[in-house]
Write a protein that binds this ligand. Structure first.
Ligand SMILES: [Zn+2]
Length: 471
């Protein structure tokens, strides 16, 4: 049936998320059709250096009024963080994502507004004002956004002009999806972020075997991860060792996915009596809300996790586990020096409740801080990771005498070998791969590897470049 369709030429513009990891924003245009359409895949925030953050103030390279549909791959800020700007600038179309993505996005966007306001007040008070002083949008824009946002499950058919569209499970965080556009038996797949499968909670990333064009992430295009079993053993050892010395274990973690993975592993270790039964505090309002979304959407979790849930004891529910939502509850954690585990944000210690705990517990050599994620240059987490012995927290000098341990296996991203295998599954049908969402050296490394070993045409598109493809 499809084979009788006329070929067509469509345009893709790389409006963000290229020549860098963040700011994902891709425009797909089908102009010369009976049903012309302009769609976006993601509209994320540029994050990282202040130069990158300033890019969020740039005018969008399209008029939001003209956009018909936005497909959202997942709830991380670098994929959703500029969606309210579309609303602010007249967007009247519809947004589609999976149900968990919409719920995570609402929490993450409101949290981001809180942070932007706080930062703006801080800069104002410290005379840093001026151009660094920006609040991109307000709560009302997020509220309006939610009214235009429809939810669709994996594999449920959608339409965009002449295209059939489906979400496929990308295995990255709860509800994360690839977006697959089909016309004339040809497929364009936007991968969003791809997961580090097998993951403790999520199903594996779906295999793609019949794509013509891939617009794929390449964060870890040039690196592989630490072994998963190794990382679990390391976590177990660190907990045992710290508790043996009556210490406190601090874990700065990102609110989405990493926190839930850590909690799930700690819960399993306690239920199997592999570690001492000490109190575990989740001290982050955002992570507590996101954890509730994980509990709610068990259909989006893997078989093994569902077996555990169906055995009756649920997940993220064990006698030692405490969620401290209010500031009073959070402050009460520090009232005793007895042994415990504290998981709190932010993941790089550049703000959030973790810094209060760091101030109290880092000076004591009995305690340990476990860094389960990448710490970027310029963050407090990076200083701690680099072994700096005296750090500044809220204007005070704090000696770091606690043990500092890093584990790298907790990434939610597919590594270099995973990305290569992902492409090799569909190498037979591929016309071209566009490697995006990576630092240039990662993207270029992946592209070279795909060309050399799979004979696939692969490129790294430039920022705001438009390409034409024929379907
Ligand atoms: Zn992501």
């Amino acid at each position: 049936m499809d084979s009788q369709l006329q070929t067509k030429e469509v345009k893709i513009t790389f409006c963000g998320g290229t020549e860098g990891v963040t700011g994902a924003n891709f425009l797909l245009e089908d102009e010369n059709s009976q049903k012309p359409i302009k769609v976006l895949v993601d509209c994320g925030l540029f994050q990282g250096t202040s130069r990158e953050e300033k890019m969020n103030l740039n005018k969008l390279p399209y008029n939001p009024v003209d956009i018909d549909i936005v497909f959202v791959t997942h709830g991380h800020m670098d994929h959703i963080g500029r969606l309210p700007l579309l609303i602010k600038n007249g967007f009247k179309g519809v947004i589609y994502s999976t149900p968990p993505t919409k719920e995570i996005a609402q929490i993450a966007l409101l949290d981001a507004i809180g942070l932007m306001n706080k930062e703006s007040r801080h800069n104002h008070n410290t005379d840093k004002g001026g151009e660094d002083n920006f609040v991109l949008y307000e709560e009302e824009h997020v509220d309006q956004l939610m009214t235009k946002w429809e939810t669709v499950g994996y594999h449920e058919p959608m339409k965009a002009g002449d295209f059939d569209v489906v979400f496929r499970d990308s295995g990255h965080i709860l509800g994360s999806a690839m977006v697959e556009f089909t016309y004339n038996s040809k497929k364009i797949v936007f991968t969003g972020d791809l997961g580090n499968s097998p993951a403790p909670l999520l199903k594996d990333t779906e295999k793609i075997t019949d794509a013509s064009y891939l617009i794929m992430e390449s964060v870890y295009g040039d690196r592989n991860h630490e072994d998963r079993l190794e990382r679990r053993e390391k976590l177990e050892d660190v907990i045992e060792e710290t508790m043996k010395h009556n210490g406190v274990l601090l874990i700065p973690a990102f609110s989405i996915e990493r926190t839930q993975e850590l909690l799930f592993e700690i819960e399993n270790m306690m239920e199997n009596s592999r570690i001492p039964l000490v109190p575990v505090f989740l001290d982050s309002p955002m992570a507590i809300k996101v954890t509730e979304i994980y509990r709610k959407h068990k259909d989006y979790l893997n078989k093994e996790t569902n077996l555990i849930i169906n055995r009756g004891d649920g997940i993220f529910k064990f006698p030692q586990f405490h969620e401290t939502l209010s500031t009073e509850e959070s402050k009460a954690i520090a009232e005793s020096n007895s042994r415990k585990i504290i998981i709190a944000g932010s993941g790089m210690s550049n703000g959030g409740r973790i810094v209060h705990h760091e101030k109290k517990y880092l000076p004591d050599p009995k305690n340990t801080i476990l860094l389960p994620g990448y710490q970027s240059v310029g963050t407090l987490g990076r200083l701690i990771q680099d072994g700096v012995k005296i750090i500044r927290i809220m204007g005070e000098e704090i000696p770091v005498n606690a043990r500092v341990i890093s584990v790298s296996g907790y990434s939610a991203h597919m590594d270099s070998d995973g990305l290569f295998d992902f492409v090799s599954n569909t190498a037979g049908t591929l016309k071209k791969v566009f490697a995006v969402m990576g630092e240039p050296k990662s993207s270029l490394f992946l592209v070279q590897r795909l060309r050399d070993y799979l004979g696939v045409d692969a490129v790294v598109p430039k920022f705001e470049e438009t390409i034409k493809i024929t379907l």
